[in-house]
Design a protein around this ligand. Structure first.
Ligand code: FAD
Length: 286
């Protein structure tokens, strides 16, 4: 099934993101975690992409396995360190394995000092290429708090419009912890004549150090009231998990109540977190 049909139907959607293993030794554990999450019957599941080597192949194999279990997969694909040939081969592989949905990303620019191909500079080039390859529903990323490399919020939206006009059918947001940030962003993109559906990405915080690191890299802000919870329960994992789930649930309910029909949970391969959120909104999305 195509993601665009899922997120534009009248039924509210709830989807989960998982990431593939980095090494073959953790493959079975990761696969088992994604299977547990699939048992929750999410609207779809996205599988992230780590460029290069076996990691990128695991995206396809995890996505293919989810499809076999009856869950629609959305495979991520980044391009910044790939050649046109690499991308074409990956798309052929995805097609061969019955994957119909791709999240087209630039990816983070490698900082390891090595030489990488420069066939792609921005995600919109990949979007165009996938659309002309044909057969895939293509999504992309957007940043309610502005992409950290962007020269300004206005420029970021100007470039988002190019990505939409290149054939991006929907956007999934970077995580945010204050829904007003998303509502403000939606207003600004509408003004820029960007009319593609937006999937709201939410991360239930379960690890204090990790979330502070992610926010420092991505430029995300943590509201004061949530920072206090994170600090207070930083050394009590069960308490932080409970608080993180409650906070994310509250965000999701507010989004659904305000007409955002598609909510995506950055579930970090954690079936317990995914199950708790699903349970907490079960009547709302029924
Ligand atoms: P782009 O849309 O290309 O934007 C990158 C920067 O370039 C922005 O600052 C933008 O304003 C600017 N820009 C865009 N177009 C132009 C233009 N035409 N001219 C000048 N400037 C321009 N990374 C992974 O490696 N694997 C994943 O699986 C993954 N999944 C993600 C999922 C989501 C929902 C999100 C939000 C991010 C994900 N990322 C992933 C991270 C992402 O790859 C990085 O944030 C990356 O830095 C930007 O990717 P992009 O596709 O948004 O890039």
């Amino acid at each position: 099934m195509k993601i665009i049909d899922i997120i534009t139907s009248d039924k509210p959607s709830l989807s989960f993101e998982v990431f593939p293993p980095k090494t073959s030794t953790s493959y079975e554990n990761v696969k088992a975690a994604t299977e547990e999450i699939a048992k929750l019957s999410p609207s779809y599941m996205s599988v992230t992409y780590g460029a290069g080597g076996g990691t990128s192949d695991y995206t396809v194999s995890i996505a293919e396995n989810l499809k076999k279990l009856g869950t629609t997969p959305l495979a991520h694909l980044s391009c910044v360190s790939s050649t046109h040939e690499d991308v074409k081969n990956m798309l052929l592989k995805m097609k061969e394995h019955g994957i119909e949905n791709v999240l087209a990303l630039r990816g983070d620019i490698p900082q390891d000092g090595k030489e990488y191909p420069t066939d792609y500079h921005y995600a919109y080039e990949l979007v165009k290429e996938i659309r002309s390859f044909g057969g895939f529903c293509v999504g992309g990323a957007c940043y309610p708090e502005t992409h950290p490399e962007s020269e300004s919020a206005a420029k970021d939206i100007e470039y988002l419009k190019i990505k939409a006009d290149s054939g991006c059918e929907f956007f999934t947001t970077q995580m945010f912890f204050d829904n007003d940030i998303l509502y403000n962003f939606l207003y600004r993109i509408l003004k820029a004549d960007i009319n593609v559906p937006i999937v709201a990405g939410i991360m239930p915080v379960t690890n204090a150090k990790q979330i502070k690191r992610i926010c420092a890299i991505s430029g995300n802000s943590l509201p004061q009231r949530f920072l206090r919870i994170v600090d207070k329960y930083a050394d009590k994992p069960e308490a932080l998990m409970q608080a993180g789930i409650a906070f994310a649930t509250e965000q999701a309910i507010d989004l659904y109540a305000n007409g955002i029909n598609a909510v995506h949970i950055y579930s970090m391969n954690n079936p317990l977190v995914a199950a708790a959120i699903k349970e907490n909104v079960s009547n709302i999305i029924a």
